[in-house]
Design a protein around this ligand. Structure first.
Ligand code: MN3
Length: 202
């Protein structure tokens, strides 16, 4: 099987009280695991089983919808776990902070705009901070398990961070209160990891 479920880099309860342990356990062990299983089934015996998930996303228009949904699900969640962590939150620093300030005015403006993209995504999807093809930071959002790496994305670029706004990401604790989940989520953002991704793009 070419694709595997990555270990969660912290305990299920590590993000409490902002994201509860039961949500993390189901989200990682059931939802992400199902994307991996279904992706492996969808690529079995085909040339794409030898490609990286990034390479598959970049030419996703060539593949069946099962690869788009489950491959996107695998890429998106693999990123999502790493850009969160315990004892996190606060403000970005260094070159990433400078780039955010220059693109969005200041950190609070950035949070407002990113939160609006996450809250405004109708139904299931993701909000993203990306480096676009011109090398500029942009906030975008995608439906379902699409992502900005995909050649079908409205705005393409390299994701630095993504926020899952599917109901499965928050419903047990927050029910219909997506904006409360979004506000709480800032407390678990691992800015060191986001900064590392930013440095790797340039
Ligand atoms: Mn999810």
């Amino acid at each position: 099987m070419p694709f595997t479920l990555p270990n969660l880099p912290y305990a299920f309860n590590a993000l409490e009280p902002h994201i509860d342990a039961r949500t993390m356990e189901i989200h990682h062990g059931k939802h992400h695991n199902a994307y991996v299983t279904n992706l492996n089934n969808a690529v079995a015996g085909k040339p794409e089983e030898n490609l990286s998930i990034e390479a598959i996303c970049k030419s996703i228009s060539k593949y069946p919808v099962a690869v788009r949904n489950n491959g996107g699900g695998h890429y998106n969640h693999s990123l999502f776990w790493t850009i969160m962590g315990p004892n996190a939150g606060g403000n970005p620093s260094g070159a990433l902070a400078d780039a955010i300030n220059s693109a969005f005015g200041n950190f609070d403006e950035f949070k407002t705009k990113f939160g609006a993209a996450a809250a405004g995504r109708f139904g299931s999807g993701w909000a993203w901070l990306i480096v676009d093809e011109a090398g500029k930071l942009q906030i975008t959002s995608t439906p379902n398990q699409d992502n900005p790496l995909m050649d079908i994305a409205e705005v393409k670029g390299t994701p630095l961070m993504g926020l899952d706004v599917w109901e499965h990401a928050y419903y047990l604790h927050y029910q219909n209160r997506r904006p409360d989940y979004i506000s709480a989520w800032w407390n678990v953002v691992n800015w060191n990891e986001v900064a590392k991704r930013f440095a790797a793009v340039k």
